[in-house]
Write a protein that binds this ligand. Structure first.
Ligand code: SF4
Length: 214
């Protein structure tokens, strides 16, 4: 039977409330000290774990401390420096290209709008939303693999398309919770609702989840 809109909204708030109680310290797990560092860490995190990125970035940010140093880097050397994050050739091009654009077109400052961010090479909506939310406090959601999987399991969405998911979740969840929601779901996806082996028997939101296997 199709769930009514009000019932779905109520369920979304219940899930949010439980997740907030369960993961009170949920936050971005990438390490950074400036906006451009987060941008670069996020580019590196595509198809790679945050843990691996955090192993690579301390030395990387020491070697290239400014946006200028990334822009003027030797692309082959930069590629080697980020090798362990995977897709190193593509990612080095994205990092250097973004740094050059930021330097030439934005006076060295990472832009703070979706439109400008996605115009940077290798920067998609997911990376842009991460930077907007974390660094500029713009209400935004990062639709990563955990968000796609868990929001479908919860039947809050029925799509694998990140843009559709983002727009549909924006209607369900209060704007001031959007940034936090991503971190809560990522924590839940790592700890309990693990891909292909969800631990429904220990899941706090199981009573509100139509995919509960208990
Ligand atoms: S009940 Fe199971 S499927 Fe639903 S969110 Fe919890 S772990 Fe995931």
């Amino acid at each position: 039977m199709r769930e009514g809109k009000q019932k779905k909204l109520r369920r979304a708030l219940d899930v949010l409330s439980i997740l907030e109680q369960t993961y009170p310290d949920a936050k971005c797990s990438l390490h950074y000290t400036s906006t451009h560092e987060l941008l670069i860490a996020t580019i590196l995190s595509a198809q790679c774990t945050d843990k691996r990125v955090n192993q690579v970035t301390p030395a990387l940010f020491e070697k290239y401390p400014t946006i200028e140093s990334f822009a003027r880097s030797d692309i082959n050397e930069l590629s080697k420096d980020i090798h362990s994050c995977g897709y190193h050739n593509q990612k080095s091009k994205s990092i250097q290209g973004s740094a050059l654009t930021i330097l030439n077109e934005y006076q060295g400052d990472v832009p703070n709008s979706m439109e400008d961010l996605v115009s940077l090479p290798g920067v998609g909506r997911k990376t842009a939303n991460c930077v907007l939310g974390e660094c500029f406090n713009v209400p935004s959601m990062v639709i990563d693999t955990h968000m796609v999987r868990i929001m479908n399991l919860l039947k809050f969405v029925q799509s694998k398309d990140p843009k559709i998911i983002e727009l549909e979740l924006m209607v369900l969840f209060p704007e001031e919770k959007w940034i936090k929601l991503t971190h809560l779901i990522i924590d839940h996806g790592r700890a309990v609702c693990i891909a292909r082996r969800p631990q429904c028997h220990t899941c706090g939101i199981a009573p509100f989840c139509p995919s509960n296997q208990n």
